[in-house]
Design a protein around this ligand. Structure first.
Ligand code: PAF
Length: 297
């Protein structure tokens, strides 16, 4: 497995791979890799022959007072995990290599980035779009794999690739969950044992909404009410529990009757952790497997 610190090293290796007739895959991450990331690498390996994983805690996507300083950094373990997962190389630049002195350009995002997380983390998606554009520029024509847990991020990146005519196929990979249904996240490491068990309310709320939708419930308030109540019972605070159009991310009002599929997206704070999750009603399986019938507890 190759290891690159400098942007040009990543660019040259991807170019060489393409010249040798190999399809390049890119898996952007912020490290602290878990099984969810390994599934992204596996997906990239199914679609490409040369898979580059980036490990970079991108400062521009963190707001003031957010967890940039304490975000888990586990590069040695991440390298071992990438090697084990069959990555061709890891790109782990210093911040100054990605944002050298004098740099000033940012990628402005639009309506897709405005609701949900965008409403609570004002410059977040501009930072994501900027770093992802830099990574796409370095990797060149490729297939890039992102997790559907960050559903809004995935949509913002799809929009970005289309709007800027970037030669990148953007692929969304299914969320990987713990046995109790909690979505895997590097930020789960912030949870105390009590908060970790309380976090099960998230997949329970999503599963309950999946069941109601499958029974034919289409009133937004009836889908949102139980989810909001379940999450309010455990969360330190709730950023949002909303229904949105899965493509545009336009929010359905509580008075709406849902037509077609709907994204149910949640973001709550449990102590020091901000946790997000989602399900596309009418498309995704419920997060808690085997929960088609019976009480959800
Ligand atoms: O999802 C993440 O880990 C990050 O937002 C990404 C896409 C690697 C950009 O920094």
């Amino acid at each position: 497995m190759e290891f690159w610190r400098q942007p040009d090293e990543l660019r040259r290796s991807c170019e060489r791979a393409r010249q040798a007739g190999r399809r390049v895959g890119l898996v952007p991450t912020m490290g602290a890799l878990h099984a969810g990331h390994l599934a992204l690498i596996a997906e990239a390996r199914r679609r490409a022959d040369f898979v580059a994983v980036s490990v970079f805690v991108n400062p521009t996507q963190f707001g003031a007072g957010e967890d940039l300083a304490r975000y888990p950094r586990t590069l040695d373990r991440d390298l071992a995990a990438c090697r084990e997962a069959g990555a061709s190389g890891v790109f782990a630049p210093e911040a100054a290599a990605m944002y050298p002195p004098g740099e000033e350009t940012r990628v402005r995002v639009g309506a897709t980035a405005a609701p949900l997380c965008g409403a609570h983390r004002p410059a977040h998606f501009e930072g994501v779009a900027t770093v992802v554009t830099k990574l796409f520029a370095l990797a060149g024509p490729c297939v890039a794999v992102f997790g559907r847990k960050d559903y809004q991020q995935l949509q913002v990146i799809r929009r970005l690739a289309a709007d800027l005519f970037l030669p990148v196929e953007v692929v969304g990979a299914t969320t990987v969950r713990e046995p109790d249904g909690l979505a895997m996240s590097s930020r789960n490491a912030y949870l105390s044992p009590e908060q970790r068990s309380a976090a099960r309310a998230i997949p329970l709320a999503l599963t309950e909404a999946c069941r109601a939708f499958a029974r034919g419930e289409r009133r937004a308030a009836a889908l949102l009410g139980p989810a909001r109540a379940r999450l309010a019972a455990v969360a330190s605070s709730i950023d949002y529990v909303d229904l949105a159009d899965p493509g545009s991310l336009a929010i359905w009002s509580d008075e709406a009757e849902i037509g077609g599929r709907a994204l149910l997206a949640v973001a709550i704070r449990l102590g020091a952790a901000r946790l997000i999750d989602n399900v596309v009603l009418g498309e995704d399986a419920p997060p808690i497997a085997g929960a088609a019938e019976g009480a959800l507890t």
